[in-house]
Design a binder for this molecule. Structure first.
Ligand SMILES: Cc1cc2nc3c(=O)[nH]c(=O)nc-3n(C[C@H](O)[C@H](O)[C@H](O)COP(=O)(O)OP(=O)(O)OC[C@H]3O[C@@H](n4cnc5c(N)ncnc54)[C@H](O)[C@@H]3O)c2cc1C
Length: 135
């Protein structure tokens, strides 16, 4: 197994890991980021961002419902097309993830390790290769 000696090993390439990688690089070039799952961050892929896109759709309906209280009277029945709502959520989610992947793509390949990191002791990590990553 290939052995690497680094100053900083960042475990995880999510929001915190990407920030930690960039911060560490300001002090030493000898940094690796180890990612065991897909790149893109939990926040952009399945967390904050897609959930807020869905909430925004619900808020749009809510605004229509409360509009008469403001003297604004939308005409006709409010029709919610679930597929259209989810298509937009996914489309925008993919756009956000794309920005993150662009950033990951700018990280030199030699600084990115794919696999799940496990501590052997205080200063040594081992990695089990995970599925292929994008970015
Ligand atoms: C539905 C939902 C809605 C959310 N809404 C909000 C919100 O509105 N506001 C907010 O602040 N937060 C929200 N969150 C929480 C937010 O997404 C997380 O707090 C944030 O993404 C955590 O970032 P992170 O960098 O710690 O982890 P992540 O982005 O999850 O990154 C961790 C990475 O580490 C990798 N990893 C883990 N263990 C190892 C290992 N041993 N070796 C190698 N790689 C490893 C994982 O594969 C992953 O890619 C929400 C979460 C969910 C699920």
């Amino acid at each position: 197994m290939k052995r690497l000696q680094v100053d900083v090993a960042v475990i995880g390439g999510g929001t915190a890991g990407l920030g930690a990688y960039r911060a560490a690089k300001r002090f030493t070039p000898n940094v690796v980021m180890i990612e065991g799952g897909p790149y893109g961050t939990t926040c952009a892929r399945v967390g904050c961002m897609p959930s807020k896109l869905l909430i925004a759709a619900a808020e749009a309906v809510h605004h229509i419902e409360v509009a008469p209280g403001f003297g604004v009277h939308p005409q006709g029945e409010t029709r919610i097309d679930g597929k259209e709502v989810m298509d937009r959520v996914k489309r925008e989610r993919d756009r956000f993830v794309g920005f993150v992947l662009e950033g990951v793509g700018e990280i030199p390949a030699q600084d990115k390790i794919e696999g799940y990191a496990h501590f052997i002791d205080d200063n040594n990590l081992t990695g089990r290769r995970a599925h292929s990553n994008s970015g």
